[in-house]
Design a protein around this ligand. Structure first.
Ligand code: UP5
Ligand code: MG
Length: 346
């Protein structure tokens, strides 16, 4: 293949709320073969002016793509069926903006539509995710290591604890219940946790196109595992598990260290003891189950951060993009590893 040839466009774009029927809808990557103009220039509909362009799902945009980039105006444009410009956005961004308001041009209808970019065809079910569970006592470093793997290795980090805290903050109907369980160091019921997890995984896959997940702090009980089976099926292969092993005295020190800045209602000696009891009573049986199926990688998490991260990186290597794995550490990653101080708070 010619290395300079444009890459095929594989993204899907959903446009809604424009008030113009031919604009609202799904923009799909073009499958039309490249065409040769009279002067002999070959262009592909999936690629326009050096940037990706989008055809219409109904094929109405056969002559020129309805969503395209103009190099001369340096802007993304959405055109009506009659070719008139309806919306534009001046930027050099590689993709049409999905998080900012578009400008309404002469033939457009205000307000500008919202634009959502999908990495997978939204009309089809999502592919199966590749999941690794990460378990370990409170303060064993799950969050720290998963955040590193996300920033450096391209895995998506989802912490059920963080999802629950975000849901509590959003103040929905389950917020009060979540608060009670978390402060008591007990496990939040399955209906809440597993639903949050499933929704977050789907949204992340569509948004990023990435299917590698580190699920931090899940499954915390055999009951959680039942919830998992209900959603992903009993036939699906059991995910692998990283177990962060660390003595209680070390965990306690770390949690008390973090308590100075975390603002977490469970970062105190009393909640910490309850969390550890819950870990032994509810989470250890899950770990045993995974051990009996040879699915566990044991990680000595009492070591320094760099050593723990090296083990994590190694155990994820088979599914990690080697180019990402070879990247130098970002500043934020160096801070997480304790190689660089965090900036002083004012
Ligand atoms: N640190 C990390 N690694 C270190 C190292 N190698 N050397 C030295 N220091 C290290 O790390 C803790 C602290 O230690 C940090 O200051 C870090 O810099 C340092 P962190 O990465 O935050 O540890 P982590 O294992 O993530 O600890 P966390 O407290 O988050 O674990 P928990 O499992 O207790 O908390 P979680 O947020 O997962 O859950 C909270 C509550 O939510 C649960 O108690 C429960 O009530 C509820 N919950 C559910 O009900 N169901 C779920 O599925 C999940 C949560
Ligand atoms: Mg955590």
């Amino acid at each position: 293949m010619n290395p300079t040839a444009p890459k095929p466009n594989t993204l899907f774009i959903e446009v809604s709320g424009s008030g113009i029927p031919e604009i609202d809808g799904l923009f799909v990557p073009s499958t039309a073969p490249p065409v040769e103009s009279e002067s002999g220039t070959v262009s592909s509909l999936g690629y326009w002016n050096g940037k990706m362009a989008w055809d219409r799902a109904d094929g109405k945009g056969a002559r020129s793509p309805a969503l395209s980039y103009s190099n001369s105006y340096r802007s993304w444009r959405i055109c009506r069926l009659d070719g008139h410009l309806a919306y534009d956005f001046t930027t050099d961004d590689a993709l049409p903006p999905a998080d900012r308001e578009w400008h309404v041009y002469k033939m457009g209808v205000a307000p500008a539509p919202s634009v959502v970019i999908h990495h997978f065809d939204p009309r089809q079910p999502l592919p199966a995710p590749n999941v690794v569970f990460v378990l370990g006592g409170p303060g064993s470093g799950k969050g720290t290591m998963c955040a590193l793997a996300e920033a450096q290795l391209g895995w998506t980090h989802l912490s059920t604890g963080d999802l629950l805290r975000a849901e509590r903050k959003a103040g929905g109907e389950t917020a009060a219940a979540i608060e009670r369980y978390i402060t008591a160091g007990e496990l939040v019921p399955n209906e809440i946790t597993v639903t949050l997890l499933k929704n977050a995984m789907d949204a992340a896959m569509r948004r990023t196109g990435r299917i590698n997940f580190l699920l931090d702090g899940f499954p915390r009980s055999l009951d959680n595992m039942e919830g998992w089976y209900e959603i992903f099926g009993r036939e699906a292969e059991l995910p692998r598990m990283l177990h962060f092993e660390c003595p209680y005295a070390v965990l306690e020190q770390r949690i008390l260290g973090r308590a100075q800045y975390s603002g977490r209602s469970d970062d105190n000696i009393e909640s910490m003891k309850l969390r550890f009891d819950t870990f032994k009573e509810k989470t250890l049986p899950t770990l045993q189950l995974f051990r009996s199926k040879n699915k566990v990688v044991e990680v000595d998490a009492s070591q320094g951060r760099e050593d723990v991260y090296a083990l994590v990186k190694q155990s994820l290597a088979a599914h990690t993009d080697p180019e990402l794995a070879a990247q130098p550490l970002t500043e934020a990653s160096e801070m997480r590893l304790g190689l660089r101080p965090y900036p002083k708070r004012s």
